[in-house]
Write a protein that binds this ligand. Structure first.
Ligand SMILES: [Ca+2]
Length: 278
């Protein structure tokens, strides 16, 4: 799967970056969600294709000392002849000092429509990976990384899903709700090389999956079949003031008001580039 990752990273542009002065070596919170997917070996070329990607970042300083960085990357392509589709997206956020909230979302979508003639086997291969990582240092900090990848095969004559594959994961630090799991329909096959790995608990957590599989289905009648794949990667990092145990309610209210008044918002949004292939 290292190969798939390397190939896809070659053409993954940075969509958006937002930062409030930072030197990542001092990172206190960290979250990364990255996914890659590749479709090859189609038994026929598509009639029409679409590939799109999007990213959105936000870095909000709650206190004046806040330092954080957020970045979204995404790309997608669907080549018609010979048919090949791939997409890559990542969301990354790191916070260093102060109180802050950083959020990142990246998304890719590809779609190919195949006109399958009666009495034909339609098939293709797919490779994918999803990597989620989180890390915190102190009480009051939190990091979350989540991602989902799914593709469906839809009979466009009646908009019915005939087959599907899904991969979903979430890691939250601190706290539970950590998982990574995949599901599929009958005509989707996964190689024995497909694997998941994770470490849940503590201040550093991760979940990852490497997917290798294939699709094959016999179509007795003429069928217009759409392959639609959507991939999303999200991260959130935050550090919030931790009230002193001895603080009186009056002091706590005063500190909330202080942070509210001094909040600085820095936001960068992508120009939502959409790329079409013929
Ligand atoms: Ca956790």
């Amino acid at each position: 799967m290292g190969f798939v990752k390397q190939v896809l990273l070659l053409f993954t542009p940075c969509l958006a970056v937002s930062m409030v002065t930072i030197s990542p070596s001092k990172a206190a919170t960290f979250a990364n969600s990255e996914g890659n997917f590749l479709f090859t070996g189609f038994s026929q070329n598509p009639s029409t294709t679409f590939a799109g990607f999007d990213g959105d970042v936000s870095a909000i300083a709650i206190s004046e000392s806040a330092k954080l960085f957020t970045e979204a990357n995404a790309d997608a392509i669907f080549i018609v002849d010979p048919a090949l589709a791939s997409n890559s997206s990542s969301s990354f956020a790191v916070g260093e000092t102060g109180d802050y909230l950083g959020t990142v979302e990246s998304e890719t979508t590809i779609r190919g429509v195949f006109d399958i003639t009666a009495d034909t086997n339609f098939n293709f291969n797919f490779f994918g990976d999803l990597n989620l990582e989180t890390s915190i240092d102190n009480v009051g900090e939190s990091a979350r990384a989540s991602g989902d990848i799914f593709f469906t095969l839809i009979d466009t004559s009646n908009d019915t899903t005939v087959d599907f594959f899904s991969l979903v994961g979430n890691v939250t630090t601190p706290g539970g709700n950590d998982f990574i799991a995949y599901d599929k329909s009958e005509n989707v096959s996964l190689s024995n090389a497909t694997s998941t790995d994770f470490n849940f608990g503590g201040n550093q957590e991760f979940a990852e999956a490497d997917i290798i599989g294939s699709y094959q289905r016999y179509f007795a009648a003429n069928t217009r079949l759409a392959l639609v794949e959507v991939k999303r990667n999200r991260v959130v990092v935050s550090a919030v003031p931790v009230p002193e145990p001895s603080a009186t309610p009056a002091l706590f209210i005063a500190s909330l008001t202080f942070f509210g008044c001094c909040g600085v918002r820095v936001k960068a949004k992508s120009n939502k580039p959409i790329k079409y292939t013929k």
